[in-house]
Design a protein around this ligand. Structure first.
Ligand code: NAY
Length: 292
């Protein structure tokens, strides 16, 4: 299972002005990630893919497009989590049919589900699909916190092979690394990737890798070799870029940078707003300054 480690782009999806999927642009984004960024894998259907705003058929279409473009060259994880458990199962079965390497599912959010309910959700998906599962933990957006004992309980399910850890609680991350050496741990915040890698994560899944994957890979590899000083320098540059992106509007700015790099990344889906012309200009400056 450790073969599923490495640098995974949380794949962006290009939308047209009305919010439909721009297939050609989405294919360009995928090719850019694989051929130019050199990432090890794609995390398809995540937050960065604006997935929670898509219809089931659109989610399936994105899964298909990623498989077609990846052509077996990179590893693929399908995020199938949904408040509609039936939909999550349907998506999971479809991803299995398409040959995905693993599923992932966000912790169910909005309603205050208790841990028993969360556990039932994961077990229901893995039982129905018999697919490996990576728990997508992102407390700052979901409000769902899972503690170490609860992770241990989830891991009793042999299909649950890891966690995408999008949190800054490095005490918990360290405790998890020690307690679960065999499970896959992925860093979820690109700006904290070096620290997470030093703590021994197996990989990272991030939105900014769509434009900054080359640096992300270097940070990861240098840190794994113990060359922390060199990795830190690259993290500093990376975080100058990420700071600029976050100030300007995360997904919109990533798409503008992609466009500046010649990739037809389209629009974000409303209600995400459009960037002002000043912000578009700012995104282009970031692209020129940090990507080239
Ligand atoms: C996803 O599913 O797309 C992710 O969660 C990828 C992780 C990203 N989190 C979000 C909420 O976008 O890459 C991070 C994040 O964008 C980055 O670290 C900037 O904060």
């Amino acid at each position: 299972r450790k073969e599923l480690g490495g640098i995974f782009s949380a794949l962006m999806v290009a939308f047209n002005e009305k919010g439909g999927i721009n297939e050609r642009g989405t294919r360009e984004i995928i090719r850019h990630n694989i051929d130019v960024m050199g990432v090890d894998g794609l995390y398809v259907g995540g937050s960065t893919g604006e997935n929670f705003m898509l219809a089931t058929e659109e989610k399936m279409r994105v899964f298909e497009i990623a498989v077609e473009e990846a052509k077996g060259k990179v590893k693929l994880i399908a995020q199938v989590g949904s408040l509609n458990l039936q939909e999550a199962i349907e998506l999971g079965r479809y991803a299995k049919e398409l040959g995905y390497d693993s599923l992932s599912a966000v912790t169910p959010f909005y309603y205050k589900f208790d841990f028993e309910e969360i556990k039932h959700y994961y077990n229901a998906i893995t039982e129905a699909t018999e697919m490996d599962m990576i728990v997508y933990s992102i407390p700052f957006l979901t409000g769902v916190n899972i503690n170490i004992d609860q992770f241990a309980e989830l891991f009793e399910n042999k299909y649950i092979i890891g966690v995408k850890f999008t949190a800054g609680d490095f005490f918990l991350l360290e405790r998890m690394r020690k307690s679960f050496p065999q499970h896959l741990l992925y860093a979820g915040f690109d700006e904290m990737m070096l620290s997470a890698t030093v703590l021994g994560v197996d990989g990272a899944i991030g939105s900014t890798f769509n434009v900054n994957g080359v640096r992300a890979k270097k940070i990861f590899e240098l840190a794994k070799e113990g060359r922390v000083d060199e990795a830190r320098e690259i993290q500093h540059t990376t975080n100058d870029l990420i700071e600029g992106i976050l100030d300007n509007g995360l997904y919109q700015t990533l798409k503008e940078i992609l466009k500046d790099q010649g990739v037809d990344a389209g629009y974000t889906k409303q209600p995400m707003k459009r960037l002002s012309s000043e912000k578009i200009e700012r995104a282009r400056e970031l692209s020129k300054k940090y990507i080239g």
